[in-house]
Design a protein around this ligand. Structure first.
Ligand SMILES: Cc1cc2nc3c(=O)[nH]c(=O)nc-3n(C[C@H](O)[C@H](O)[C@H](O)COP(=O)(O)OP(=O)(O)OC[C@H]3O[C@@H](n4cnc5c(N)ncnc54)[C@H](O)[C@@H]3O)c2cc1C
Length: 390
């Protein structure tokens, strides 16, 4: 019996939105794909869960209708800081749905398209070996892959470092809440954006009228404020509108989810021979609500370019060109928002609202001309197509 490692044609590492979308597109085109995801089951993630127009377009192409999965509608945005609050209609319809539901649904679509999904398998080591990639899993197993799509999110694999972000001093938190009936009605249809000393965040309803509070804060501020109960109390008490919306709200988890050293501003571009997708391609500051769009767009573009015979480095160059303008502006603003500059600029931003928000939203999004259409083989199942048309 030989103990040489199994050879896989296409290996996707990570089963978030980017990994699942790439796997779905490749499998739908008839390619052999294996996807390994370290978590055994669907799980929550630190994410504001705001689904922009671009994200919705890619999900619909994949046959997923977030409304049918319980997504809440978002039609307007409110920005609050200190004792000030302003509101504006969103220039497009957006939705909000937990990643727990959304990621699992897209992964199921990839399985139905023929992708071999292995949950509970973590990649520990990745290394080029001739024209192939050698992959070692935590369970000791080894694989050889002809092509690797790297979709493991924000943090690097131990042996594969992609380079630093431009704003690495933020820690992200997320907690789900049950608001009172009146508070729930008051924020229905609205994305609440808020600024506070050292950070910014969002609050919105997701499925079943649950509210998702998600924010980032500078590590230095966190050290000053202390543990979670003090942190959340300090943020809510610094903002009169947020205090009103959240007074008496019940936290649904014992502890928040947290993620540290988020590499905001990271944008791949150097030749690496690897198809880095999602947060492995670009990590845009979260106030833009564009991370999931980039995950879905980069995965779709990588799959289509690969299927048309392009190289990973062609893809990296194209992604870099498409995203660099928006990424630079978003990172500049994100830096300003968590420092004294941001607090000084906040009154001006509030005065210029909603024009400033529209300009920022347009300037930080994936350019319209870069968005892809659905390939013919990605026809949604007939039941989904019927739901969509209705
Ligand atoms: C505070 C915050 C708020 C945000 N809010 C929004 C928002 O409102 N709207 C928006 O569009 N974007 C938002 N984002 C960005 C968005 O969450 C990400 O851009 C998106 O999740 C990227 O998707 P992905 O598939 O690349 O990575 P992920 O969703 O992180 O998926 C990576 C997957 O890989 C798996 N994995 C990791 N390591 C391994 C390994 N070694 N082996 C196997 N599997 C592995 C993980 O378990 C995970 O399932 C926010 C981000 C933050 C930090």
């Amino acid at each position: 019996m030989s103990d040489s490692p199994r050879v896989v044609d296409n290996l996707v590492i990570g089963g978030g939105l980017a990994g699942a979308m790439a796997a779905l597109r490749l499998a739908s085109a008839g390619r052999e794909v294996m996807l390994v995801e370290k978590e055994r089951a669907a799980h929550h993630k630190v994410c504001g869960e705001f689904l922009s127009r671009e994200a919705l377009r890619y999900l619909e192409q994949a046959g997923l209708m977030p409304r049918d999965l319980g997504a809440a509608e978002i039609n307007s945005v409110r920005l609050s800081t200190g004792d000030k609050v302003v509101e504006a209609a969103l220039p497009f319809k957006a939705l909000s749905l937990s990643r727990h539901i959304l990621d699992a649904a897209l992964l199921t679509r990839a399985i139905h398209a023929g992708c071999d999904v292995r949950r509970g398998m973590s990649v520990e080591h990745l290394e080029a070996q001739g024209s192939r990639w050698q992959v070692r899993l935590r369970n000791g197993e080894s694989l050889l892959a002809n092509t690797v799509f790297l979709a493991n999110g924000k943090h690097d694999l131990r042996s594969w470092e992609r380079g630093e972000g431009k704003q690495g001093d933020l820690v992200g938190f997320k907690m789900l809440w049950q608001l009172t009936a009146a508070q729930t009605e008051a924020m229905r249809g609205c994305m609440e954006l808020f600024l506070f000393p050292g950070g910014y965040g969002g609050l919105s309803l997701i499925e079943n009228d649950i509210a998702n509070l998600c924010f980032v804060v500078r590590r230095s501020e966190l050290r000053k404020i202390g543990p979670w109960p003090d942190l959340v109390a300090s943020i809510v008490n610094s903002n009169a509108h947020l205090r009103h919306i959240m007074d008496g709200a019940k936290a649904l988890w014992e502890r928040p989810l947290a993620i540290s050293s988020i590499p905001y501003g990271y944008l791949a571009g150097r030749p690496s021979g690897i198809w880095g997708i999602g947060d492995q391609a670009a990590v845009i500051p979260s106030f833009t609500g564009d991370g999931m769009s980039i995950a879905l767009h980069s995965a779709s573009m990588a799959a289509e370019m690969y299927l048309s015979g392009n190289t990973a480095d062609d893809y990296n160059r194209r992604m870099h060109t498409q995203l660099k303008g928006g990424m630079s502006l978003a990172t500049l603003l994100s830096r300003a928002m968590v420092t004294g500059t941001g607090r000084r600029l906040a009154p001006i931003l509030l005065t210029l609202f909603p024009h400033a928000i529209r300009w920022i939203a347009t300037s930080t999004r994936i350019p319209e001309s870069a968005l892809l259409n659905a390939p013919a083989n990605l026809d949604p199942p007939s039941t989904l197509r019927r739901t969509h048309i209705a």
